[in-house]
Design a protein around this ligand. Structure first.
Ligand SMILES: [Cu+2]
Length: 300
């Protein structure tokens, strides 16, 4: 399809930063749903399987707080998102606007509601997120699109107890408010959009020390350089791989995800695009580098 992920601000981090097939990067495992903290909480499950050509998912589910289990059985890394159509846009129009002829995101795109989604997921990995789904027609979007009807009598998801979180992250224009102390190990993260625009928390682990400026430089140079070799005077060669997070999330909404962090350097990024310039938020400063130490280290 012509509507590139870049246009949607959805460039695959693994490919973007490394110019390498993502499949070779998945050395560090992310939690399988079976042993996950979130899976044990008893929320209804929405299982979505993705390969390089499309999604496999139920046609319809009930509204409410839902555990999304996102399994990538393809060869490419997947950075997908979930949206609820704005009232004035019906399913036929949405599919036409996002179809093979589309060159850029339709004008209504940022009027959609983004309930959250598991973050970028490498081949062979499964990511999870707990999100609140309201009744209405939803789309799961990547290089391809699938429709999910969410049905229920209430337009607003029923309030239920929040998962206990080991860390919280606030999203705003343009940055991240990350818990002062991040401890290693498997834990639930609560992510809230405190801003006005949609945002996401794309988490990545770096193989060594890197600054936020260097990350931006890597990303911005990607158009001219295939990423296989550092540009002259450019940032140091550092491997960066996605380790989860929460995809597109609308203003005022909260979603939960599960991370399993070993000590090291991590990067938080947002690739939501600016409607006027098309620039990803990461280019507007929405990037944060923080470290996780053995005993928990204050975030940078
Ligand atoms: Cu953002």
């Amino acid at each position: 399809m012509k509507l590139s992920r870049r246009a949607l601000g959805m460039g695959m981090l693994a490919a973007t930063l490394l110019g390498a097939p993502a499949g070779v990067l998945g050395q560090e495992s992310t939690p399988e749903a079976s042993g996950s903290l979130l899976a044990g909480m008893g929320y209804p499950e929405l299982r979505i399987q993705v390969n390089d050509e499309g999604f496999e998912l139920p046609e319809q589910i009930e509204a409410g707080r839902t555990l999304i289990v996102f399994e990538n059985v393809g060869q490419e890394s997947r950075h997908s998102l979930l949206l609820a159509l704005p009232e004035e846009v019906d399913r036929e129009r949405a599919l036409a606007d996002l179809g093979p002829e589309a060159q850029e995101p339709p004008a209504w795109f940022l009027d959609a509601t983004f309930p959250g989604f598991p973050g970028e997921t490498l081949p062979g990995e499964t990511s999870v997120a707990i999100v609140d789904l309201a009744a209405g027609t939803h789309l799961v979007i990547d290089n391809f699109t699938a429709v999910l009807e969410v049905v229920g009598t209430d337009a607003t998801p029923e309030a239920s107890q929040d998962p206990a979180a080991g860390a919280t992250v606030g999203l705003y224009e343009y940055g991240f408010e990350i818990s002062a102390s991040i401890t290693p190990g498997r834990q639930v993260w609560e992510v809230t959009n405190d801003g006005q625009e949609p945002h996401e928390l794309l988490l990545a682990k770096a193989s060594g020390p890197v600054t936020a400026d260097q990350v931006v430089e890597l990303l911005m140079n990607e158009g001219e350089d295939d990423g296989a070799t550092p540009v002259d005077g450019g940032p140091p060669a550092v491997d960066i791989e996605p380790v989860g997070g929460v995809g597109w999330l609308s203003s005022g909404l909260t979603a939960w995800t599960e991370v399993d962090l070993s000590p090291g350097t991590y990067i938080a990024l947002c690739f939501v695009f600016d409607p006027e310039t098309g620039m990803p938020h990461v280019a507007m400063g929405m990037v944060d580098v923080f470290t996780v130490g053995d005993a928990g280290t204050p975030a940078a």
